[in-house]
Design a protein around this ligand. Sequence first.
Ligand code: SF4
Length: 325
Amino acid sequence: MNAPAPLLSVRGLKKYFPIKGGIFSREIDRVHAVDGVSFDIAEGETLGLVGESGCGKSTTGRCVMRLIEPSEGEIWFQNRNVTVLDGEELRAIRRDIQIIFQDPFASLNPRHTVAGIVGEALLIHRLAKTRRDVEDRVVELLETVGLQAGHLRRFPHEFSGGQRQRIGIARALAVKPKLIVCDEPVSALDVSVQAQVINLLEDLQEKFGLTYLFIAHDLSVVEHISNRVAVMYLGRIVEIARARDLYDNPRHPYTEALLSAVPIPDPSLKRTRIKLEGDVPNPINPPTGCHFHTRCPIAEPRCSETAPPLKQGADGHWVACHLRG
Ligand code: SF4
């Protein structure tokens, strides 16, 4: 029997941002934010997408729902090519794919009450007819995310960071999406609150059969929530594997370095920290060959000449490295 088609397939996604200059404001250079990214997400799955800031993970997430227009590549959602849709079809996709942002305060309109913020999407997508319907549904959504009906008339500044993120989650859930792009949803929160929000997202996934693209800069954040994890470096995916496999048996030198920085709860176990030399190179002018060769502790001459393809080594474990498979 054939495996079911993935809910989301991204193929060869590239996003370049032009840099303009001169008196005619011509394109003089490009930021290579996303440089040929491909991955699938199965229905009900959580794919963690991890990398340092500026690696292109948030741009990838925004391209998936066309908040940013891709430069090249295809995005397939339920067998529809999202990259060519417009009008009503694009609107329908934007209902099926929602996003939760990193900074819940900046993403909530400070002049609107919770009722207005969460209810807006219901009105835009015509999911409630009367004001009463909207309010009833918003109350239901607030209770689903652990808030109360009494919060309906309050403004974002009256809430804590964790509560504001719950409002953002309620807004995303309002239109009954299938896929949610979680763009660093807990990075701005205290550690104790991070766990609560992640637990909530897990509960909601089970209850509503949601699929997540979960973006984070820290491998420890995605460990428990992800079925599989993809690691990005300078616009490219360098490793994808099932979460347990990636944590127990990282193959790419960059993943090894990221993992070596993750604290281990058991103090009797020690991990040797791999300190990478130098900074992430400028994405305007990324290194030739393997983008990681300027910082890789095991680089060879060929690494600066040829980019390693992302190849499947062990079952379901993909690595882009000339020396590791
Ligand atoms: Fe390091 Fe070369 Fe592998 Fe890149 S291809 S990760 S530079 S060993």
